[in-house]
Design a protein. Sequence first.
Lengths: 212, 264
Amino acid sequence: MATFFGEVVVAPSRAGVDDEEEARDETPEDREIRRELEKKREIDVLWTWKSAESAADEQLVCSKLIVAIGHNAAAFLSSFILDSVCWEVVGVVKLWNEWCRTTSTTNILLTDSFCLFYRLIADPTVLLCQCSCYVAEDQQFQWLEKVFGCMRREGLQVTILSTCPVADYKTQESTLTLPSPFLKALKTKEFKEHVCCPLLEQPNIVRDLPAA
Amino acid sequence: MFVPCERGGGSASSDFKGFTLLMPAVSVGNVGQLAIDLVISTFNMTKVGYFYTDCLVPMVGNNPYATAEENSTELSINAEVYSLPSKKLVVLQIRSPFIKNKYRPFCQTLLSWVESSKCARVVLLSSSHAYQRNDEQLLGTPLRYLLTPDLEKAVGGLMQELNWKEMEKVAAYPGINDTEKVLHIPGGGITKLLFTESCSKGIQMAVLLKFCSEGDNIPDAFALVNYLNEWLQLIKCEVNTSSQWKIPSSWRLLFGSGLPPALF
């Protein structure tokens, strides 16, 4: 397209369409590079509750899973819920992408990128996940499959906590005058309990890992 | 990849034998997707399932076609299938872009599903960058069509009667060699790939596309859906066909929230 100054530039399409991709045919070298990159971007979920004797496909019985995604939600859990007396670490997700690499220690600082699973000692079927690292688009599905693949899903109730900038919220009035922060929820039709806040109105949506 | 909804109908709701599959390409201006929104919204189509796929960016929201409080709380995700048995129509809506390097696997899985569900034909709504038109394309209608050889035999004549324009092929090496012509759909996303794959697999596919640019693409969506209607006759063609399409409630605030009064 021509800009105001008359120069012609390739405008990025809102539809996320990338013309270059379709023209290129993959050489064996390209394929190898892509495979190596894919391997580097693979997610590893390491559970500490799995002993050497337990079967590889042994599943964790889980009745409630609370997942906190992003720094704010993770900090919320650290400040109000987690403590070393009632909760124990049972798992960690190791991943790498251009934005972050998860730390391998369990003695984490809230400024680190990490993804840890905790279990309530009093009721081991209650799990908590603190995920402050950014899980890239191509890793979100993998995260999902690897984490939920280890859990028995009958009777499982999942609660996802996350935050979004107020500026992203679409509303008739300006977001400047909105009293913030505020809560909104999305729920599946199977969720029958009372929701503590209003439901997210159209046309607002949720993306990335919380959506996945 | 296709996961049917649990409904009383059971497998009946996922029986698409002989149906026309209508679907968008994620393309410039999202015109195909907007046009599909109009079709689903106007006919109040029933959701019959979704695609469980790792090829599209995840997203979720409440029912984009909500008309009242009661039906506004059904969750909606990035790839869903709707059906209208009375018109033998099944519609796929795609709501997010492809994840890098995943568009090829998606196309392969999609076409396998088309074959296994025995859809009679596929109609792909798409768009292409208006600024890449050549001199001839700048004049006349901005709408084009393409038919795979198998569908050409069935409806090629009808396209002639409707006076539709087939998408022109362009020189493979412009300026150097003008004899070798290829199909080029800039900004069309997976359109070209789906079309060429359908040609080689003998799938009956039609592509309907509009030349457009990014911006307010609602008029483009109306133009494309009216173009589709000239052929499929989903609604009666009247003087003002556009007014018969129902805009979904999710089209509110397409360009962001309201402005702060203090700005003025």
